[in-house]
Design a protein around this ligand. Structure first.
Ligand code: ZN
Length: 243
């Protein structure tokens, strides 16, 4: 079985299409949330994601905020601006779809959550955070998003030592049988690991590996669209920098 793994699309249709082009032919898709918020194409991105074959999708904090289920005071001003703009553009069907998504899910020995365990909207940014997730996991692999940073953590069950590896230039995570893994395939539509290329993954169960891929997309076109609808310029600048 081959799964396409996408996360943190943030209404960036150009990046989403570039990622899906590369993943074409996979058996099923996994989405780790934040389909919308920040970018200029929320409705279009929801349409594309919900039509993906065999999709398992969990909800992210921006998705929740856009349907009024997450306190926007957690966000900085430009994220709040983009959320208010997005809220006005969602249809009842868009809202209904987002509200149907679970906070956590499981698929084929994978735990799926936007940010962390046990709190789905916490961030995993250190080995200490990862240790907290490993303590909660009942599957060998947990897939997360949320930080927009491509990386993975591994540990032997019951051991305190956690290893970490950055995947910001892409790479392959080989899944050893005796170890547990937390894998973040990065952000499709707003990478923040210093690499502006769209980031996503491919999990091959037969090969027992997750491959992280980075692809170019039309960043300038997305920035133009953001300017046309008066989304904060800072959000477009971040896309070009990958920060
Ligand atoms: Zn996000």
């Amino acid at each position: 079985m081959r799964y396409g793994i996408i996360s943190d699309i943030h209404a960036n249709l150009e990046a989403l299409e570039a990622a899906l082009k590369r993943l074409r032919g996979v058996d099923a898709y996994i989405c780790l949330g934040d389909i919308i918020g920040y970018g200029p194409d929320p409705g279009e991105c929801i349409e594309v994601v919900k039509a993906l074959p065999g999709l398992r999708c969990v909800i992210g904090n921006h998705d929740l905020a856009c349907v009024g289920k997450y306190d926007v005071n957690w966000f900085n001003w430009y994220a709040r601006d983009a959320i208010a703009w997005t809220q006005e553009r969602l249809t009842a069907a868009d809202r209904g779809y987002l509200l149907s998504l679970p906070l956590m899910d499981m698929e084929n020995s994978l735990t799926l959550v936007h940010g962390s365990l046990p709190q789905p909207m916490d961030y995993v940014t250190s080995a200490a955070d990862a240790r907290g997730v490993f303590a909660e996991m009942i599957t060998p692999v947990c897939l997360i998003g949320h930080t927009h940073v491509s990386e993975h953590y591994a540990h032997t069950h019951g051991a305190a030592h956690v290893t970490h590896r950055s995947l910001k230039r892409g790479g392959t995570v080989k899944l050893d049988r005796g170890l547990s893994y937390i894998v973040n395939c990065g952000s499709v539509g707003q990478p923040r690991d210093g690499n502006p290329l769209a980031s996503f993954g491919l999990y091959d169960t037969a090969r027992r590996e997750v491959k992280i891929m980075r692809v170019e997309y039309a960043v300038e076109r997305v920035r133009e669209k953001m300017e046309e609808v008066n989304l904060p310029a800072l959000l477009g600048e971040r896309l070009a920098l990958g920060r």
